[in-house]
Ligand binder design. Structure first.
Ligand code: ZN
Length: 481
């Protein structure tokens, strides 16, 4: 690792997230994924001459919610600007974006990488309109403008990541956070969250090197791989005495390499100037109150709090806090009286299995589409804790909740799965069965295991499988020993 000491690495990310608004940023067209091409369009988002943009207030609110969660300085006077460039998916020949006065600046975000909490500084966050989509097929190119004018928030980090692993860990944490905030679904495959990475290396202590930008990264794993590849490529060039070309490179997923795409435009190539059709945005106190009220405990905090408050392991807490809906479900169950550790084990074991089997995701819990509410979960665990049912019956009952969408207490009652036998009655049953089978009793006394199973089986038959096997074991010990 001699090279690690010699070179310093600088990695920065630009993340684009599509905001979960009903409509586009400057018109009333529907903002949705997967519709028939060119059905959600109008003169505004198609860029006809003479049309006027009307700013979507919800998009601005969601943007500020993200800026606040990323600990940014919030703009009191934000400005939209025109970024001029030509591309077939951008019919106006300019994109309305922000340049000089974005919504958020100088923030930071904490994430975990390699078991350590790390902090990345956020350079700025700005809102812009997304472009349309080019589809190349059968030697022809098509344009779909459904995405043109949808609300896109860009988050720019400082170039402070040192490794591809750090960038990957940050992206995963960031994705969780925007999903917690309810501002973006974070789906990288569908393109609602996209990431470009810039990277440079230089001899230690000499500051930033000449950077390349890598595009086409549609998973956090590709970000890591592309950065690892690019690091090695640049290091090799520098070691051979060459120099890096400032350029945009594409990640080639099939061959796992980055390839040159174009030399990078400078910012002034875009000839930014203030958008004349939109006034500056100057939020009032009321607006800031709304932004404040929309803040939530972020996943990293919640994960560590769950470990402290509920005694969960790292893995348990990580699993449960990955999605806000699941963390809420868990915490509600604990507040309603479930044992914290038992509830965690059930969620990661039997519940995860049932969710998968019935095609539900973690986020479906506690919503009307999933039959298992926190209340039902608590009832199930209570019956188990009170020895009204034993472990195997509890699993069976959970399955029935999913299959029949009924209350677990009702299920146990209807199916006669409850242990109706009192401790005294159970003892009488065991005595009777031992009396009827003196040979087995004698063998058990001599330490043989097999007749135990025989006796337990008899007891289960008499009680219709509702007796707690552990209680029966204990009774045998007491009566035979
Ligand atoms: Zn439109």
């Amino acid at each position: 690792m001699a090279s690690a000491a010699k070179y310093e690495t600088f990695i920065g990310l630009e993340i684009h997230i599509q905001l979960l608004t009903e409509t586009k940023i400057f018109c009333d067209c529907k903002s949705s994924f997967g519709d028939k091409p060119n059905t959600n369009v109008c003169p505004v988002c198609l860029g006809y001459p003479g049309v006027l943009p009307a700013l979507n207030e919800r998009a601005v609110e969601l943007s500020y919610i993200v800026c606040r969660a990323m600990n940014c300085e919030l703009a009191k006077d934000a400005v939209f600007e025109r970024k001029n460039y030509f591309y077939p998916d951008l019919t106006k020949n300019y994109q309305i974006s922000q340049f000089d006065k974005p919504f958020g600046r100088n923030g930071f975000f904490d994430y975990e990488s390699g078991g350590e909490i790390k902090r990345i500084r956020i350079h700025e966050i700005h809102l812009e309109e997304d472009a349309g989509k080019m589809i190349h097929s059968g030697g022809r190119s098509f344009c779909d403008y459904n995405r043109a004018g949808t609300c896109l928030l860009e988050i720019v980090t400082e170039p402070e990541f040192k490794t591809g692993e750090e960038a990957e860990a940050f992206l995963q944490a960031f994705r969780r956070a925007v999903r917690y905030l309810g501002v973006c679904d974070g789906n990288m495959e569908e393109g609602s969250m996209r990431c470009d990475a810039n990277i440079s290396i230089n001899t230690a202590g000499s500051g930033l090197g000449i950077k390349t930008e890598v595009k086409n990264l549609n998973s956090s794993n590709f970000v890591k791989k592309a950065l690892q590849y690019e690091l090695k490529r640049q290091e090799k060039i520098l070691k051979q005495g060459g120099s890096i070309t400032q350029e945009t490179r594409l990640w080639n997923e099939e061959s796992s390499i980055t390839e040159s795409m174009r030399t990078k435009e400078q910012a002034h190539d875009y000839r930014y100037f203030p958008e004349p059709d939109l006034p500056p945005f100057r939020p009032d106190q009321e607006f800031f109150k709304k932004v404040e009220a929309a803040q939530v405990e972020l996943p990293l905090c919640r994960k560590h709090r769950f470990m402290e408050d509920y005694g969960l392991t790292v893995d348990q807490s990580d699993y449960i806090t990955e999605e806000k809906a699941l963390a809420d479900f868990y915490e509600k169950a604990v507040k309603l009286g479930s044992d914290a550790k038992t509830a965690a084990k059930w969620i990661m074991g039997n519940i995860a299995k049932e969710l998968k089997q019935h095609g539900f995701s973690k986020t479906d819990l506690e919503q009307e589409i999933c039959p298992l509410s926190a209340e039902r979960f608590v009832k199930l665990l209570n019956m188990l804790a009170d020895n009204k049912i034993h472990g195997k019956i509890a699993v069976q009952t959970l399955q029935a909740v999913f299959n029949e969408n009924k209350d677990p207490e009702l299920i146990v009652k209807e199916k006669g799965w409850g242990s109706e036998t009192s401790d005294g009655e159970l003892e009488k049953i065991v005595i009777q069965i031992l009396d009827e089978n003196p040979k087995a009793a004698e063998q058990i006394r001599n330490g043989e295991q097999k007749p135990r199973g025989f006796i337990i089986g008899k007891v289960m038959a008499v009680t219709n499988g509702t007796a707690n096997p552990q209680s029966v074991q204990a009774l045998i010990d007491k009566l035979v020993g």
